[in-house]
Design a protein around this ligand. Structure first.
Ligand SMILES: *Cc1c(COP(=O)(O)O)cnc(C)c1O
Length: 393
């Protein structure tokens, strides 16, 4: 096992030379603002790709989620059902609006919101009207089940497809299942603008409101006239130029990520581990990040406090902490699974709904994200596989 000379990252931007033209064009023509052709073009391109009617280009995925939460009519004190194992950005907008997240536990088939727990949550909090649903690491959630439950209870879905652009469920693109949907072009996502995001919807009026809110809520008047609070959330035409150069490569990036996932799967097939799962007959992830889950029987003792981690090495066994430390020693970046939000100090007061056991906590304890960069060579990946295998000796 070699140490990597150059750090091997989890996921970094993969740029293509012909993408630079749109950025240069914006510069040369002085369209260095939050209006311009790049913005108009990428809104059209994403609508076409995802199959939604309207797209509003914004400064980031979090601002898209914030406007989605506002469009869904979330008011201070309201409850919002939220995916639990996810990046904090999925839920921060609920707090911006002074509402209360209720975290819904995870299932083992896709690592997303458990329909059974969601059903349970509606029994406990029947007046809840909004669900924030994440497709974790690029794998679609159980859409049929969750959409049916939402419909039955008259609740609106906000789909957080920030990690899953290009993934499909029964042939339909993620980012199209919610009434309001968010995608992200953050630097480590499957395609990037260095930053940026979009709100997607089929509701024309909603798209218009979001566009207005994102540009400081100017009314249609001869002067700056304001009737409601505004935000400076619109995307820059320069960023949009970067995104415009990336969109044509989305499918290539997905193919590269899938190859990485399959190589790991093959490389670990005789180890007591599984990869982050999906349901092959009904979904095709974008394979944004490849993750491992260690079998319970093969877990060595691991101790995690609020801010530290340690473990006791044991022959034939390992744990995420050991593997992450081994990767770091070899100059490669791994990452723990998102720590469930219901276990975060900031959300101590928020309810958590689960059936039987806490699945999110279990996946957090036994799982980790592996280096998944598009530019990783087969040779480099073989080295990563050896580093992991060595942890189980
Ligand atoms: C990245 C991410 C976001 C936020 O996107 P930004 O563009 O970074 O604001 C939201 N939700 C999830 C699940 C993400 O991974």
């Amino acid at each position: 096992m070699k140490q990597f000379n150059k750090k091997l990252w989890l996921a970094t931007p993969t740029m293509h030379d012909d993408g630079l033209d749109f950025v240069v064009e914006a510069f040369r023509t002085n369209w260095m603002s939050t209006v311009g052709e790049n913005i108009n073009e990428i809104e059209k391109m994403i609508c076409q790709k995802v199959g939604c009617k309207y797209a509003v280009a914004l400064s980031c995925g979090t601002s898209a989620l914030h406007l989605a939460v506002k469009l869904a009519g979330v008011k201070p004190g309201d409850r919002v059902f939220c995916s639990d194992v996810t990046f904090a950005a999925s839920v921060n907008p609920v707090l911006y609006e002074k509402a209360t997240p209720v975290f819904i536990d995870t299932e083992y088939d896709t690592w997303n919101m458990d329909p059974a727990a969601l059903e349970q949550a509606f029994k406990q909090y029947p007046d809840t009207k909004v669900i924030i649903l994440v497709n974790l690491y690029g794998t679609p959630a159980k859409m049929d089940e969750i959409c049916a439950i939402a419909k039955e209870h008259g609740a609106v879905i906000i789909e957080d497809a920030a990690e899953s652009l290009g993934a499909t469920y029964k042939g339909r693109q993620t980012g199209s299942f919610g009434t309001y949907n968010a995608i992200s072009f953050n630097g480590n996502k499957i395609i990037t603008g260095s930053s940026g995001g979009m709100l997607l919807t089929d509701d024309r009026e909603a798209a218009d409101r979001a566009r207005k809110w994102s540009t400081q809520s100017r009314e249609n008047a001869p002067w700056y006239q304001h009737e409601e609070v505004g935000y400076n959330y619109r995307m820059s035409n320069v960023i949009a130029g970067v995104v415009r150069g990336q969109i044509p490569y989305l499918e290539d990036h997905i193919a590269q990520k899938k190859t990485i996932y399959q190589r790991y799967k093959e490389g670990f097939k005789d180890l007591p581990v599984t990869m982050n799962p999906y349901i092959p007959d009904i979904m095709e992830p974008n394979f944004w990040l490849s993750c491992l889950l260690i079998d319970e029987e093969a877990m060595c003792e691991q101790l995690r406090t609020e801010k530290t981690a340690s473990y006791v090495p044991q022959p034939g066994k390992s744990c995420p902490t050991q593997i992450l430390e081994a990767l770091e020693r070899h100059n490669a970046e791994g990452r723990p699974i998102w720590k469930p939000l219901h276990l975060q100090p900031i959300y101590q007061q928020s309810p958590f709904v689960s059936v039987e056991k806490d699945v999110g906590a279990d996946i957090f304890r036994r799982g980790l994200c592996l280096p998944s960069d598009n530019k990783m060579t087969a040779e480099q990946q073989e080295n990563v596989i050896q580093i992991v295998r060595n942890c189980f000796e």
